[in-house]
Design a protein around this ligand. Structure first.
Ligand SMILES: [Zn+2]
Length: 239
């Protein structure tokens, strides 16, 4: 029911906020306003018509320009996807699309990222956006993704991280939602990654290319497309 109400709201917003100032490449519509979002109310973050955030829109541009996902025959695993992504990728004829989550009702199957029900080397690509900061054993999750990825496959693995901190902030005694909110800024986060995030990904076998693709956009495009100038894409490969 909650999902139906949300879909209805998005459909109303598409007309209510229609305009020329912003463009969302996920729902392919123009708007007069993007919503602010997050704890620190990031300006122009959320699309009123599909709920996408800056990271989703940047990923779509990246996928279109720098990957083979729209051209080749691929098996794709999407972890905890935005519903709009699930719908879009499900319709694509060139890919075999599987989405997983423990709670979202619309995904292909319910599965735990630390214990994936797939054989070794099943997928050509994996999308993992803002998931690992919710998972206690993130190394196990990363190892599982590496295991099920085919050789020469690729994964995009993003999580919010604190660039000012060398080490991730992770305390064994922070376990209640109240404490997590206080220490990590969100009640379902189990750490704040520091700059060691990349090393954690690499420790499981991935080769990580930190791609500054965002720099191809000029300042007015950053605003118009609702992107985050600071976002680097972790393009991870299994070699
Ligand atoms: Zn949108």
């Amino acid at each position: 029911m909650k999902n139906q109400i949300r879909s209805l709201l998005y459909n109303i917003n598409k007309y209510l906020f229609s305009g020329n100032k912003f463009y969302c490449n996920i729902c392919d519509r123009h708007y007069r306003k993007f919503f602010s979002a997050g704890e620190n109310r990031r300006a122009n973050a959320r699309c009123p018509g599909c709920g996408s955030f800056e990271r989703h829109r940047l990923m779509m541009y990246f996928l279109e320009e720098k990957t083979n996902i729209f051209s080749d025959n691929l098996s794709v695993l999407d972890i905890a996807p935005l519903k709009t992504f699930h719908k879009l990728f499900s319709k694509m004829k060139n890919i075999r699309y599987t989405s997983i989550d423990l709670e979202f009702p619309y995904v292909t199957l319910k599965a735990d990222l630390t214990e994936l029900p797939f054989q070794d080397e099943t997928f050509d690509c994996i999308l993992c956006y803002h998931v690992l900061e919710h998972i206690e054993d993130d190394i196990k999750a990363l190892s599982e993704m590496y295991r099920i990825l085919k050789k020469d496959g690729w994964a995009i693995i993003q999580s919010p991280f604190d660039k000012t901190s060398e080490q991730s902030l992770e305390q064994n005694d922070v376990i209640t939602p109240v404490d997590r909110k206080k220490i990590y800024g969100q009640d379902d986060h189990v750490r704040i990654y520091g700059r060691d995030f990349i090393k954690r990904i690499e420790s499981t076998g991935f080769v990580v290319n930190e791609d500054d693709f965002i720099n191809k956009f000029n300042d007015s495009e950053i605003i118009r497309f609702g992107l985050d100038r600071e976002e680097i894409i972790n393009f991870c490969t299994k070699q």
